[in-house]
Design a protein around this ligand. Structure first.
Ligand code: NAG
Ligand code: NAG
Ligand code: NAG
Ligand code: NAG
Ligand code: NAG
Ligand code: NAG
Ligand code: NAG
Ligand code: NAG
Length: 874
């Protein structure tokens, strides 16, 4: 409800145009003269001044003349500082003021709606008639309360600048000054200037709760702090948009722990194609930073902490400016960003975000009022711990903190512009609010803890490595590939209930004896003793948290894998049961099959077909068993991946109710004599969600490095979690390195992250298995990587089904075969782009029972594939 804006005499509108066409242009940043912003609206008023004032930055503030056309007030009171000493060292702008004894309104014509800066200068110089330090008043716009019962109690501290960024729609904006009863209002100078549209985007990252924040455009903002880290103050003259930046020294909790770093401003680069421009912040801000002091002086693993006093009960927009001016090469700097103890970014990686050094970057965070405790905002930066490259560091170049308007559309108190109180009306609901605030902060705390746990897990390889928890024990286990479980006992007992209430060992016997499970042949204990040389340690081919796996041989020469449970392991018992449950339902060429079992004398023994070529992993790298397997060719690798994919596809879709494997990794993909891949170890498997469910809620289990991040976050299991793990397997096959290798520098530890980083840079070939160099057809590689990359999508819904992955891998194999065929057959080398391939259908789908062969035409132009057969699962 605009007040006073109708009083504007139309005849004097020209004056407004006169003002708005004022001569202020953004000062071109010295380092990037091309950036120039000319504000559409540009009102600069030296209130109460006799003549216009030109500042050292070139801006000219016009005096608002008596009976000013855009001011409606009951009387003109213009005052000027008379005491020379109080005016001696302040800007000429503030030595005069306009005083209001009643509500008075400035009305401005707005040429271009959108965000505008409003800056109000207050300097209560001593005056014989008016006591400005005693003035108490309220300032509002048509929509927002900017100041409520505001006063500047002393002039000694110098002029006070209140700076706002307000969304203004419509063609008029008002500033209404209302003195409190028996008091006056005053103002020394007013700026109302268009801000660039790109300055404040609509979205930011919310830290409490964690997520995206949208709708920023609707909020009025008040600048609380604008800091230039590690550098000097930047005056409006040095800024592209007339902003002032303070040095940050005073806000560091431990100044000795940091050091100033700087580069010449010309070294600061702004990314091509917009986003960050010198309008966001000038180069001089990006060219200096606060970094961690020499690790020699202090423990390198600490946080740089800034503490800023703010008004509680408001949410804040926190903008951090970054520019990596300390690294000498890419991918060296990783650090975490916290706001009030809540994680803002984990492992911020400027190299990847900006693809360069000394490139300006900024990030916006919204800190909800519920997280602003003790009237402080604490900004903390710490190196991503656990980094092995020996250069833990963190930097911040600039920081802006802006208060966001509240429910009352106010930046000062809970009264809205019409004076109505918008807080909680009665004590009951205040109590509720407190309760919910506590709930909220507990939620935030829980979120913080969870993230901290993730962080710990991710950064502390030793911890999880030592976590010798229950794991697959079907076939060789690699000590460095332990699995973890977030709530082992609980999850275990839940699962136990799922599979019946057998509590005693004899209970298990009756479980086995039910016979309805189709467990195959029954072995006597004596038979298995003989087959394994009385469970000779020499026969052990694998060890897991729950028992050992022995190589056995029957009288007829059949080789067996004999998995003997350790009866004292409770978790093992659960896995044991799960495995039986699952395997009893499953028969597939690409799943390891159960031959039989033995439950004599409380034993828990399962007997499987023996996979003579062991786990896939041993064919890629670091063979732990010591038996040298020849490395697989690219074509063989593709065939193995296709086999495994087919096994998983069958698991997901083939059984009556789909099954989620939950522990897909290269040690659980076994190869038989003919290198046929089979998926093993169903100890963690779960029935897939039924039609009406979308997911299974469950404690997070699986293997480190393969774990679906979405599953980890939400603890909701779907088939797509297997797809994610399989994506990691695909990269492992391509790069021939473990999914997690704690021995590597921090950014390389996690294969999924590392590979995606290089993929985004289009340089994946740099981390390919060197053994494959020159043998992969580029089109095959592209198809393969496309499939792998899709598997690693952040959200399950964005990942393909196993059927789709399978189809892509088959296509990649065809492309490889086509390329090999071309190379082998010189007559084909320059032939048409249509290549007919003989395609053995036995490799399309055994489970589907199809037989025979078919021709597949590959059109290299379009990349389309035409096949006369429907590949199952598409
Ligand atoms: C002028 O300012 C000085 C210092 O602030 C103060 O001591 C003196 O009393 C002031 N004079 C008047 C007339 O206000
Ligand atoms: C101005 O008002 C303030 C607050 O009412 C009071 O403390 C102060 O003494 C007054 N100053 C003068 C010069 O009257
Ligand atoms: C004026 O300058 C003096 C000395 O430089 C300083 O102590 C004082 O705080 C300044 N006053 C203002 C209002 O800036
Ligand atoms: C960092 O720079 C600021 C501003 O130039 C200066 O005040 C401060 O003393 C410097 N700190 C260190 C540790 O050099
Ligand atoms: C620590 O500082 C001392 C003296 O400046 C230097 O001799 C030493 O090499 C430094 N140590 C490390 C680990 O940087
Ligand atoms: C850094 O601060 C965050 C948030 O307050 C905290 O969780 C973390 O432990 C701190 N890191 C170090 C090394 O002190
Ligand atoms: C802060 O959180 C409360 C409660 O969830 C919510 O109502 C409010 O909109 C949030 N404010 C901002 C600015 O995000
Ligand atoms: C808030 O302040 C109180 C008292 O000063 C202090 O005990 C508490 O630790 C502070 N809390 C935080 C989160 O800073």
């Amino acid at each position: 409800m605009p007040r006073g804006d109708h009083r504007l005499p139309a005849a004097l509108l020209f004056l407004l145009f006169f003002f708005s066409s004022g001569a202020f242009h953004a000062h071109a940043d010295s380092s990037s003269p091309s950036v120039k912003f000319t504000p559409a609206d540009n009102y600069l008023l030296d209130c109460g001044g006799a003549r216009s004032t030109t500042l050292d930055d070139g801006r000219t503030f016009r005096s608002d003349p008596q009976s000013s056309s855009f001011l409606s007030t009951s009387e003109d009171i213009l005052v000027t500082a008379t005491n020379a000493s109080s005016a001696s060292n302040v800007s000429a702008l503030v030595i005069s003021a306009r005083v209001f004894s009643e509500e008075s309104t400035y009305s401005f014509f707005i040429a271009n709606p959108g965000r505008h800066w409003v800056r109000l200068h207050f300097y209560p110089f001593p005056h014989p008639t008016y006591n400005l330090t005693g003035a108490v008043f309220t300032v509002t716009t048509d929509t927002f309360v900017l100041l409520r019962d505001f006063s500047v109690p002393t002039a000694a501290a110098g002029p006070v600048l209140k700076e706002y960024l307000l969304p203004i729609d419509g063609d008029r904006a008002s500033l209404i000054f209302t003195p409190k009863k028996n008091s006056v209002a005053f103002v020394n100078a007013i700026e109302l200037v268009s801000a660039p549209d790109t300055l404040v985007p609509d979205t930011a990252t919310s830290v409490s709760p964690q997520g995206d924040f949208a709708g920023l455009s609707a909020y009025a903002l008040e600048v609380s702090y604008r800091l230039n880290m590690g550098g000097d103050a930047v005056t409006p003259k040095g800024d592209t948009l007339g902003r002032a930046w303070q040095p940050d020294d005073g806000f560091l909790t431990l100044p000795g722990a940091t050091r100033n770093v700087s580069v010449p401003t010309r070294d600061v680069k702004f990314p091509d194609g917009g986003g960050v421009t010198p309008l966001i912040a000038p180069s001089v801000v990006y060219s200096t930073a606060e970094a961690m002091a020499d690790a020699n002086v202090t423990d390198p693993n600490f946080n740089i902490t800034w503490q800023l006093n703010v008004e509680p009960a408001f949410s804040y927009l926190v903008r951090m400016h970054f520019c990596d001016i300390i690294s000498h090469q890419l991918n060296q700097l990783y650090f975490n960003v916290y706001l009030n103890g809540l994680i803002g970014v984990s492992g911020l990686d400027l190299s990847t975000l900006t693809s360069g050094l000394a490139v300006a970057y900024y990030k916006d965070f919204v800190l909800n009022a519920s997280a602003v405790a003790n009237s402080t905002i604490r900004v903390q930066l710490g190196p991503a711990t656990g980094s092995n490259d020996g250069t833990p560091n963190a930097i911040l170049n600039g920081l802006e903190v802006m208060k966001m308007s509240n429910v009352a559309d106010s930046l000062d108190g809970l009264f809205s512009i019409d004076g109505s109180y918008r807080g909680e009306p009665d004590s009951g609901s205040v109590a509720r609010k407190v309760v919910s605030a506590i709930g909220l902060s507990m939620g935030a705390l829980a979120m913080g803890l969870l993230l901290l746990m993730v962080y710990r897990w991710r950064r502390r390889p030793d911890d999880w490595e030592k976590r010798n928890s229950f794991s697959s024990w079907l076939l060789p286990i690699h000590a460095s590939h332990s699995t973890f479980c977030s709530s082992s006992t609980k999850g275990g007992s839940n699962r136990r209930q799922r599979f019946g209430s057998h509590k005693s060992k004899s209970g298990y016997s009756s479980f086995f004896a039910s016979g309805a499970l189709g467990l195959g042949r029954y072995f006597t204990f004596a038979e298995l003793q003989e087959a394994t040389g009385n469970f000779d340690d020499k026969a052990v081919i694998g060890v897991g948290g729950f028992g050992k796996v022995y190589l056995g041989e029957l009288e007829d020469g059949t080789k067996l894998a004999v998995k003997r449970g350790n009866p004292s392991s409770e978790q093992g018992i659960n896995e044991f049961q799960t495995e039986i449950q699952m395997l009893s339902k499953l028969r597939h060429r690409h799943l390891v099959s159960l031959i039989g079992y033995c439950d004599e004398n409380s034993e828990m023994i399962l007997v499987y077909e023996y996979m003579s070529n062991g786990p896939l992993r041993d064919h890629l790298y670091g063979n732990s068993a010591g038996t040298a397997h020849p490395l697989l060719s690219w074509k063989q690798r593709l065939e193995v991946c296709i086999g495994a994919a087919r096994g998983l596809h069958y698991l997901h879709t083939g059984a009556a109710q789909g099954i989620i494997h939950r522990d897909v990794k290269t040690t659980n993909i076994l190869l038989d004599e003919q290198l046929v891949a089979k998926v093993a170890d169903f100890g963690l498997s779960k029935a897939a969600p039924s039609m009406e469910q979308t997911h299974v809620s469950t404690a997070v289990k699986g293997s480190f490095g393969y774990l679906d991040p979405e599953y980890f976050r939400r603890q909701q299991l779907t088939e797509k979690s297997d797809v994610y793990s399989f994506g990691v397997v695909l990269f492992e096959v391509l790069c021939a390195r473990p999914a997690i290798n704690p021995a590597l520098p921090r950014e390389q530890v996690n294969l999924a992250e590392w590979a995606m980083q290089w993929h985004r840079k289009n340089q994946l070939e740099k981390i390919l298995d060197p053994h494959l160099a020159g043998t992969i057809s580029p089109t095959s590689l592209t198809k393969y990587v496309e499939a792998a990359e899709k598997c690693l999508a952040d959200c399950g819904v964005d990942r393909p089904s196993m059927g789709d992955v399978l189809w892509n891998l088959e296509y990649a194999l065809q492309l490889q075969e086509a390329a090999m065929g071309q190379a082998d057959d010189p007559t084909l080398q320059n032939s048409s782009k249509h290549i007919a391939l003989e395609y053995s259908l036995s490799s399309i789908d055994e489970a589907g029972g199809e037989a025979g062969g078919g021709a597949v035409a590959v059109n290299e132009d379009s990349g389309a594939i035409v096949t006369p057969h429907t590949v199952q699962g598409r």
